[in-house]
Every structure is written in C-alpha cells, then in structure tokens.
Design a protein around this ligand. Structure first.
Ligand code: ADP
Length: 614
C-alpha cells in the first residue's frame, strides 16, 4: 500500500511552516508601523490578511489530504481477505495517518473472550516483538467504556496516572480507539508516541475513529472468509475420510468385514462413546446386533427411513445420553441402523457424517450380500460337481471294463460290426472320463482341495513317456513330432503327474488343431531359476480376439476347424491353474493360419514352492 499524504514529517513540516508564518506576520506587522506609500501599505495589508488565512487553509488542506489517505487505506483494506494481512495493513496505515511511533491492534478472541494482540508495528513498518509495552489501563478503559482515549501525557492525566502500566511506560502520548462489530466492542487500535517526539491531537483521534470503523469491517470480512475457508477445509477433510471409508469398505467383500469397518468408523467419525450396527430382520420383526456391545441396543421398532439422508438426533437428558440414529437402507428398504451415543450433545456435522456413512454402508452391505450369494452358489456348484464326478467315475470304469472284455472276445465271439460298436462305446466313455476328470480338477482347485505332490522331476523322462503314448495319434495324421531338449536341462521342482497332464494337454491340442502332415515341435531351455518349455505347431492358429479368452473355462473357438474336433474347452483352463499352482507361468503366441506356440515354465528351486503359503 502506498501511503504518503500524511506522515509524521508532514506534521513537522506543517508546524515549521506555521512558525515561519507567525514570524513573517510579526515582521510584516512591525513593518506596517513604519511610514509607507499608500500603495505599499495596501499591498502590506493584503499580504498580512492572506498570511493570517494561511493556517486555516493549511489545516483544511491537510484535512483533505487526511481524508484522501483514509479513503485510500480503507480501499486497500477492503481488497484483502487474509486476516493477518488486513491487520498488518491496518496497523501500518494507522501509524502512517497519525504519525505515531508504534501501533498495536488487539482483537477479542471469540472462543476465549480474551483480548489478543494481533498486530504490533512500528513507524518503520516492522513487526514489534514486545507485547507488554502498552498501557493496559488505557486499553481496558476503552474496552469497557467503548469510548476512545486521547491522552497527551498519561503520567499527568488524572484518569491514568495512578496506574502502574502507565507509570511504567510513562511520558507517552497515547491514542486508543475501539473496534466495533455490530455495536459490540471487538478490539482496540492503540498508537503511541514519546511525548518529546509528538503529541496526538483531536484531529488524529477523529481520523483514527473513522479508520477504526473501516478496519473493523475489513477485519470482520477477513474473519468470516477464514471461517468459510475453515468450513471448506472441514468439508474437504470429511470427503477425504469418506473416500478412505469407501476404500476400506470395498477392499474386501465379506459381510463381516463391512460390518466391522462401518461400526469402527461410526464410533470414530461421530466421536461416540458407544455404538451399534444392527441388522433389521423383517421376517421376525426385530433388530439383530451385528457389531457393538451385545446388550443395551435401545431400538425395538424400525426408525423412519424416508428422506434422502435420514438421521435422528436426540439431545442428552438428565440421565440419558445423546443419540444419533441413522437408518441403513437400500432401494428404499431398511437393512438396519447405525446408532451411536455419548454423554454430550452431538454436532450437526457429526449427524451428517453418520448419515453419509450409513448410506455407504448400505451399498457395501448389499455388495457383500450379493458376493456371498455368488460365493455360496459357486460352492454349491463345486460340491455338486465333486459329487457327480465321483459318482460317474465308478460306472464309467465298469462300462469301459466290460466293453473291453466283450471286445476281446473273452465272453464269446463278436463280429466286426459289434467290434466297431464296442470301440465307439469305449471312445465315448474315454471322452466322458476326460471331461469328468477335468471337472473334478476344477472343482478341487476352486475349493482348494487339489493337493500337489511336489518333488524333483526330470523333464526328459516325463516328455519321453508322454511322447511315446501320443506318438500313434501323430502318426495317424502323418504329423511330425520333433523333440529338442538340451542334455543339461536341470530337474524342476513340481508334481510329476501334473506336469505330465500339462504336457499331454498342450501336445494333444497341437495335434488336434494341426492339419495332416503338419509339424509339432517341443523344445526347452533353462532360464534363471526356471525351465521354460515350448510346444509349437504349424496348425490353424488362434485369432487375437480368441487369444484374450484362451485359458477361461469352456472357451472354444468358433472356427470350423476347432468345432470339427471334440472337446469341452476345459483343458487349457485346468492347465493354466496347474502351472500356476506349481509356481510357474504359461502363455501363448499365435497367428491365425500359421500356427501357435504355447509355453510354460516351472521352478528349478525348491525354495519357491516352500515359500508359497498356498
Ligand atoms: P478343447 O481343446 O477341449 O476345446 P482347450 O481348453 O484345450 O479345450 O482349448 C480351448 C480352445 O483353445 C480350443 O477349443 C481352441 O479353440 C483353442 N486352442 C487350444 N490349443 C490350440 C492350438 N494348438 N491351436 C489352435 N487353437 C487352439
């Protein structure tokens, strides 16, 4: 802020001019007693007359300048909303306007009703550190009476001279005016000077009074603004809390987790002493406490749950605590209530918080309910599959056994057609048994019942075993099966039977989805603490769209070449789960019409398996 119109120097200059004018007048008056020409006398009289008017003129001019300064200061005061800034500006302006040496601005703390020093500045616009060097007596008098005080020498002023603080800071010219807000004295502006360096005048007092009225408004504005600012940050903090709650609520979908989190946040967010989350059992018509103390839940009938964020607030009575009750509803239906209590009354903000929490809890509880329903259905399905697969296995084994016996002619001669029929029976039973075995594996994996039997496995042995069993199928279609296994391949730590299952599945697929005379290549190499195997074929390939769905249950490509082959779309999903259970990885690279390469890896160290908690 630029403030130059009135300064202490201006005061001094004004005084100096007045002294000069007085002595000039004196000289002119002495001159006028001498004989002069009529013309000269007239001129002299005019000069004396003008000079006599000068002090008044000077006073009027400086008054205008003061008013202009006051206007300037008030303008710039009104333009800031930062309370600290406003207070400092106000103080600097006051010092500048009155020519004071020091200035202090004190405001009543609305919370404690104590007068607090908010700005202390000196003539050089420096912040003062000493807060005690003011006359308490003068300030108290202004605060109490609401009337300004101007004392040119507090020591001899009968109103204050006997007071200790005045005596302590004696020899000061003090000016102190009240700051008012809607009629109430809310603080004071206090300026002072050493008596030697300048006395305050009534004009200074008027000016300061006018200024104080402006400053009080600016201070009030800044204060209100900071309060809205505080309200805004409180709202932001609540939003942050709610986001955190959302994160916690959605982290896990179990019902019990949601209940526990909601209950904990209700107590914390509403600063409650006790609280319950109770679920409304509509069939029985009562509340079941789901979180909180078992006894003491005070509600028997459902609360009113209409309205967007309904909440009931009960004030504390002589022997009853304050209570907040937020219905937890979903799609207009009452799920339960969040109820908290404490001895002192709840705040509106706490009530709002609880209502919002209840709203979130309702969603999370509904999600958890759906999730648990899905999980239960899944478990039922797994149980069903496990029973069915178990029950099917025995009759299938016996069908297969009897068909073989018949075909071998053990129970009497069979003709060619009968042999064909019996082979068809056998093939179909084998297909069914493959399906049953995949389904059983999936059900075991899903329910965590699939037990691995890991050990050191020489891949070469397993590969040779599988290849020799599949070789006839490849030969049937004149497909070339090439093996490229390095001699020094380290053993892997895995379940031998499951490795065989994975290899069988990948090689069978390569065979199934490669036309006659194609080639299937099996290679391997060591990679850090893993061995990686590749099964490449020159078959039909897989489109990018289908690759994204590969490894999911029951996925089969719509390609005609795939549909020609028998299959259930379960092999790859089981394969992937098995590889992952053995802490390996699996993937594919393929191009439609050119062939596919499936790869998987298995660990060469035992630690990796041991380190896995599952
Ligand atoms: P299935 O072979 O019984 O259909 P899988 O789970 O083993 O089931 O395979 C799923 C699908 O992945 C197949 O139906 C086929 O569309 C595709 N697929 C798997 N292996 C190959 C391959 N080597 N070449 C082309 N497509 C393949």
């Amino acid at each position: 802020m630029s403030l130059t119109p009135i300064t202490r120097d201006t005061h001094k200059t004004k005084e100096a001019i007045l002294v000069k004018v007085a002595s000039l007048l004196n000289s002119l008056q002495i001159l006028s007693t001498h004989p002069l020409s009529e013309e000269a006398r007239q001129g002299l009289t005019n000069a004396i007359h003008s000079l006599k008017e000068l002090p008044d003129l000077l006073a009027a001019t400086s008054e205008q300048a003061r008013l202009a300064a006051l206007y300037d200061v008030s303008q710039s005061l009104g333009s800031s909303l930062n309370l600290e800034e406003v207070l400092t500006q106000a103080m600097d302006a006051v010092i500048s306007l009155t020519g004071a040496e020091r200035g202090f601005l004190m405001l009543l703390d609305p919370d404690t009703s104590n007068l607090r020093l908010r700005a202390a500045r000196n003539f050089e616009q420096e912040t003062l550190q000493r807060k005690d060097a003011v006359s308490r007596t003068v300030i108290d008098s202004v605060m109490r009476s609401g009337k300004p005080v101007l004392t040119t020498d507090a020591l001899t002023d009968p109103r204050f001279s006997s007071q200790e603080s005045v005596i302590l800071h004696a020899l000061r010219s003090i000016l102190c005016v009240p700051l008012r807000n809607r009629g109430q004295v809310t603080g004071v502006i206090y300026v002072d000077n050493r008596v030697q360096s300048g006395l305050f005048t009534n004009e200074d007092l008027d000016l300061l009074n006018a200024f104080a009225a402006q400053a009080a408004i600016a201070i009030e504005n800044a204060r209100l603004y900071s309060r809205t600012d505080q309200a805004l940050s409180a709202r932001l903090a609540e939003l942050e809390t709610l986001t955190q709650i959302d994160r916690e609520l959605n982290a896990r979908l179990e019902f019990s987790h949601v209940l526990q989190i909601t209950h904990a946040w209700a107590l914390r967010g509403a600063a409650a002493e006790e609280g319950w989350l109770a679920i409304w059992d509509a069939e029985v018509g009562r509340f079941d406490v789901a979180a909180g103390p078992e006894h003491g839940f005070p509600l028997e009938t459902p609360p009113d749950h209409s309205g967007e964020l309904p909440i009931q607030m009960t004030q504390p009575g002589e022997n009853t605590p304050a209570q907040l009750c937020a219905p937890v509803t979903h799609a207009g239906k009452l799920i339960g209530v969040l109820l908290v209590r404490r001895r002192s009354a709840f705040l509106e903000t706490e009530a709002q918080f609880l209502a919002r929490l209840a709203y979130r809890a309702a969603n999370a509880l509904e999600n958890a309910r759906l999730y648990s329903a899905v999980q239960q259905a899944n478990q039922e399905k797994s149980k069903f599959v496990s029973v069915v697969t178990h029950e099917l296995r025995i009759p299938m084994t016996s069908i297969k056994g009897y068909a073989d016996l018949l075909r071998q002619g053990t129970v009497g001669p069979v003709n060619e057609q009968q042999v064909k029929f019996l082979e068809t029976i056998r093939n179909n039973v084998e297909r069914m048994s493959a399906l049953v075995s995949d389904l059983a594996d999936i059900s075991r994996i899903e329910t965590g019942r699939l037990k691995l039997e890991p050990g050191w496995v020489q891949l070469k042995d397993v590969v040779e075993e599988i290849v020799s069993s599949l070789q006839p199928k490849f030969d049937e279609m004149s497909q070339k099966l090439v093996m490229e296994l390095p001699e020094d391949l380290p053993p892997v730590y895995a379940d031998r039977n499951r490795v065989a299952q994975v290899l069988t599945n990948l090689l069978s697929n390569a065979h199934k989805y490669t036309p006659n005379s194609g080639e299937v290549r099996l290679s391997a190499s060591r990679q850090e603490n893993k061995v990686r195997l590749w099964v490449s074929d020159t078959g039909i390939g897989i489109s990018a769209k289908d690759q994204a769905l590969l490894f999911t249950q029951f996925f089969r490509s719509h390609a005609a070449a795939v549909r020609e082959q028998q299959g259930w779309g379960l092999g790859l999903s089981v394969t992937k789960r098995l590889v992952e259970l053995m802490l390996g990885e699996i993937g594919v690279e393929s191009e439609l019409g050119r062939g596919s390469t499936f790869w998987f890896s298995l660990p060469t160290t035992q630690e990796q398996v041991a380190a896995d908690p599952g």
